[in-house]
Design a protein around this ligand. Structure first.
Ligand code: MN
Length: 225
């Protein structure tokens, strides 16, 4: 029998709201530029479709304190609705997509914007800008039958509203995101998909209190330390 060369890393998990079970995270996909006004604020062309990037599964972080990451002087908040999958597959049809949803959460796609700008300028990948340690603060996952993610999505910093939009303004809808992702990857139970952010992204620093919400899903709050 084969044995591990060293103890395998702990499974990354997210609590399931109202339950003792946890959701095992397999991987994290993220949608870029899925709200038209944010696409414009990032300098995007209105004809460019949304696209995907990824974070490692262990980027999720829960709790009241989030560490300010190394190697940046321009950390940005991006409030996002997160879709959690209970099953998957390849080439999922739009009309079948919601059957794969386990539930929904509220997340923040933390971004080292200075590293992202440097990567964009050189045509380099975004991993260092997006996929760093603790780059995915997230709430407990609300089971699909108890969530209605179709209202306001917003984020405030120290009580001041920075981002406010409507989930209905997403360019790719939730079923379309799942269908599009499944054209590129075989999706599976445990996958999380961050679905993009509305306009108003901006910098946050140590000591800032970040509070976000998605109507019909929940609220997220943390202090950067
Ligand atoms: Mn994002």
């Amino acid at each position: 029998m084969t044995s591990f060369a060293f103890p395998p890393p702990a499974q990354s998990t997210v609590p399931v709201a109202g339950s003792d079970v946890v959701f095992p995270v397999r991987r994290i996909l993220c949608v870029g530029r899925n709200y038209a006004a944010h696409r414009r604020e990032m300098g995007g062309d209105d004809r460019d479709p949304p696209f995907f990037f990824a974070k490692p599964a262990d980027a999720v972080t829960l709790g009241d304190k989030v560490p300010y990451p190394v190697a940046t002087h321009d950390l940005h908040h991006e409030i996002e609705l997160v879709v959690a999958l209970k099953s998957g597959g390849a080439n999922i049809a739009v009309e079948d997509a919601l059957a794969h949803v386990f539930g929904y959460a509220v997340g923040v796609d933390l971004t080292r914007r200075d590293l992202q700008a440097a990567a964009k300028a050189k045509g380099q990948p975004w991993d260092a800008a997006k996929g760093f340690d603790a780059s995915a603060p997230i709430t407990a996952i609300v089971p699909a039958g108890q969530a209605r993610p179709d209202g306001e999505i917003s984020l405030s910093v120290n009580g001041q509203v920075r981002q406010s939009g409507q989930v209905a303004d997403m360019i790719w809808t939730i079923p379309e995101i799942i269908a599009e992702a499944s054209k590129l990857w075989t999706l599976a139970a445990g996958d999380l998909i961050f679905t993009g952010t509305p306009e108003g992204v901006g910098a946050i620093g140590r000591g800032d209190r970040v509070e976000g919400s998605v109507e019909g899903v929940g609220r997220l709050a943390f202090t950067l330390v």
